[in-house]
Design a protein around this ligand. Structure first.
Ligand SMILES: [Ca+2]
Ligand SMILES: [Ca+2]
Ligand SMILES: [Ca+2]
Length: 504
């Protein structure tokens, strides 16, 4: 009844003067009769307007559940004052000799492959670098990092080079990309570091080189992931090109209209050659194979690989098919996993998931009906019995092929960041979207299958910290398909293992 009355007040009687003049001229009984008639027709009215529950059937939790083992692989040092490190991203070095994990506060830690040795490799926020990492609030900081695929190859142009993508409080320099907004909350910068010895436990090298700077109109929705396509081999067109997620700039609903604007870098997946120099600022290259380099419009940015994204914090590639998949965080209704191809329009802010975006809600009329758009492989909504949090935000994504974890073979694994839930869908089923094929992944905790968030709450409590319901789940990726689970609460890096193999 609550939902019904809300639909009426927002969708049908949004014109207050009409209602007021009606009240003034008609007797009360007639007004209530008219209201009853309106309520009778409310469902149809609601369908014409917006929905805040596009998938009425909840995510299934009683069938297809996969339970895997895990180990507590490493514990990253506290961030000071007893605060947990806000673990954000994790990767293997290209030669697979070690792992690196980053914190939102601006640190990179090098981990041995057994997790037993942990060294602070680089602190970007240290005075020495004079980079005021802006990590205030929940969405800013060191967002991600990437190793050039030649990082470990002496004599190659990419030797020792790695890239960090972060928010800075320094807004003095001229930005390369502006949003058209009147405010400049902070800047997002892409930096290239060159380690003189890629194997050294601690970074040895000069100050970083700034490739580009984007002036952020709002504190939320900033950079996301930077990554080289790990499936590309030397000689492939995609080899050595850096993919960059840049969110729509923030606020809500993309008020600056950036995501659909090919003249704006915001709301895009960009692709650049970090070792090239033919960009406007001459500090990186525009790959000639990028989809919009020859579209004839001088306003169009050649850096754009795909557009119509909202908050593209994490993406990854299917090691078998080479397909790129993005976890794009939705506005108020729909979280999506979507494929990304050259030139693709993923719909935002005209579409949220498979549905037309209408003023913070979605219309259920004619889903997936705009020609030429790219639609989600899988999506889920913000109203579900699984959610314990007000916020819902997709993260991930990893495609399991091979034998690393047989229970997850040929599955796309992703999760919900604040709620700390893990999910999968089959990797090769038709990409029809919706949440009906989404299934849950639980972790074997000494014989009891638990969701990830329960483990994080228990360990936070055991560590004597404030226990938060907000898990802040992120994925870490090993070189051979290993999946690590990160969070911002207990400093623990957990590694998923095949069922029945953990030594509890
Ligand atoms: Ca729902
Ligand atoms: Ca922003
Ligand atoms: Ca979309």
């Amino acid at each position: 009844m609550l939902r019904l009355s809300r639909s009426i007040s927002f969708s049908c009687l949004s014109s207050k003067p009409f209602y007021c003049s009606l009240r003034a001229r008609l007797p009360d009984r007639l007004v209530s009769l008219l209201l009853s008639v309106l309520i009778l027709f409310a469902p149809a009215c609601s369908a014409q307007g917006g929905s805040d529950n596009p998938f009425v059937e909840p995510i299934q939790t009683d069938t297809g559940v996969v339970v895997v083992d895990y180990v507590e692989f490493a514990r990253i040092p506290d961030a000071g004052n007893g605060l947990a490190p806000r673990l954000m991203h994790m990767l293997a070095t290209p030669d697979g000799s070690s792992l690196m994990v980053s914190t939102m506060q601006g640190k990179l830690y090098r981990l041995s492959n057994d997790g037993k040795s942990i060294t602070e490799f680089l602190n970007i926020a240290a005075d020495r670098w004079a980079i005021p990492v802006q990590s205030a609030g929940s969405e800013r900081g060191l967002q991600s990092f990437a190793f050039h695929p030649q990082f470990n190859e002496p004599g190659s142009p990419g030797y020792g080079r790695f890239y960090t993508y972060l928010d800075t409080a320094d807004t003095d320099p001229e930005p390369d990309f502006e949003s058209g907004g009147s405010r400049r909350s902070h800047d997002t910068v892409l930096l290239e570091w060159t380690a003189s010895d890629p194997d050294a436990a601690v970074y040895e090298g000069d100050a970083p080189r700034e490739l580009f700077r984007a002036a952020q109109p709002f504190p939320n929705h900033n950079g996301g992931q930077v990554a080289f396509n790990p499936v590309a081999a030397a000689g492939d067109e995609d080899y050595g090109l850096l993919y960059i997620g840049l969110a729509d700039g923030g606020s809500g609903g993309d008020p600056l209209g950036s995501a659909q604007n090919l003249g704006s870098a915001f709301g895009k997946i960009l692709r650049i050659d970090p070792l090239g120099s033919d960009s406007v600022n001459q500090r990186y290259g525009i790959p000639p194979s990028n989809p919009f380099t020859n579209d004839g419009d001088p306003q169009t940015l050649g850096e754009i690989y795909a557009y119509g994204v909202r908050n593209p914090q994490r993406f990854n590639w299917d090691p078998q098919t080479g397909r790129m998949l993005l976890a794009d965080i939705g506005q108020n209704q729909v979280e999506e996993i979507s494929p990304v191809t050259a030139g693709a329009n993923l719909g935002w802010n005209l579409w949220e998931g498979s549905f037309r975006y209408v003023d913070r809600q979605v219309s259920l009329d004619s889903p997936r009906s705009a020609p030429g758009l790219t639609w989600p492989v899988a999506e889920y909504d913000h109203r579900d019995p699984l959610w314990r949090q007000r916020q819902v935000a997709v993260t991930g994504v990893a495609v399991f092929r091979g034998d690393a974890i047989p229970q997850l073979r040929d599955k796309i694994v992703f999760g919900d960041n604040p709620n700390g839930e893990l999910f999968y869908v089959a990797a090769d089923t038709p990409a029809n979207g919706g949440q009906q094929q989404i299934r849950r992944i639980l972790l074997n905790d000494n014989g009891t299958a638990r969701p990830f968030w329960e483990l994080v709450k228990a360990s936070s409590r055991a560590q004597g910290r404030d226990v938060s319901e907000d898990t802040d789940l992120r994925f870490g990726l090993g070189r051979n398909g290993e999946l690590f689970l990160l969070n911002k609460r207990d400093g623990l890096v957990r590694k998923l293992l095949p069922a029945g193999t953990a030594d509890h």
